[in-house]
Design a protein around this ligand. Sequence first.
Ligand SMILES: [Zn+2]
Ligand SMILES: [Zn+2]
Ligand SMILES: [Zn+2]
Length: 359
Amino acid sequence: MARKSLGFTQLEWTCPRCATRNPGVEKVCLGCGAPQPEDVKFEQPLEQELITGGEAQKIAAQKPDIHCGFCGTRNPADAETCRQCGADLKEGTQRKTGEVVGAFSTAPVENVACPACGSLNPAAARYCRSCGAPLSKTPPPAPAAAPPKARSRTGLMVAVAVVIVAVIGCLLAISGVFNRTSEVVGTVESAVWQTRLVVEALQPVERADWRENLPSAAQVLSCEYRYAFTSDEPQPVATEVCGTPYTVDQGTGFGEVVQDCVYQVYAEYCRYSILDWSEADVLTLSGSDRNPVFPQPQLGSDQRIGSQQAVYQIIFRADGETYTYETGDLSLFQQAQLGSRWILDVNSRGKVVRIQAER
Ligand SMILES: [Zn+2]
Ligand SMILES: [Zn+2]
Ligand SMILES: [Zn+2]
């Protein structure tokens, strides 16, 4: 999956000492002046705004901030000494980056109730307009729908499995009944053979394939663009399909807003004509003797013999009934002389499944 950058957004952090929500760029608390501790994470503000263009380029160029190894104060990446205590920042620690802060959305946000006096304030407000108390962020509602859905799907799969097992059981029981055979003694009443031969000719045939797979001799008839495959990387002829945008912590007070995208690639699918060996004629012969022969066609210069096939039928008379046995076994067919006696295995549908000469 390709990660696509949409821009940047300013994050915020909550002061652990006075609960003031501070804009991401502020390195010390606007409420009490305490520096942001290293373990206080950046969060998504309720009201989010996408930063693009030149300003976004400046933000993209910033390296993660450095926390002073001596007093913990957050300093810009390019500072050499701590602006709070003057310590050398080579001893400091860079803020961690890359953590997903949350889904990015610029949808309007409802007013927030002050925890101290209950009056409603705009979501972006940091202090209550009525009483001045800091407005901490209310946690977003937990996504509750996903787990039960997964569980019900498992239940459905179990139900499907039970049904499949039951159906297989029934089929086995039924095939057991049909596989039962009974023996009958029959006399050969007649026999017929049929042979079949395909004549192939080198002639134009129509086929279809992706353009890149076309044989060099193909004559293209028509092409159309069709969905071919899904790629993780951008492709020249593709439809981009992207997921919900989300914000990734940059360690600078800003987050990069990104989107994971895949690319549905389209390619030319063509009908084409090409000279190839294909069926031109089918010849058959039949007879009621024991010496089957295949048709002997006169072949043209662009013709050849394709598949050949022989089918033998032996017709028996047993207990006033007629049974037909079909086989491709020539020696068995030649043994079945008129009037000879055979043991026939007949299944429940009256079909002869096996024959054996009576001794
Ligand atoms: Zn504070
Ligand atoms: Zn310091
Ligand atoms: Zn208030």
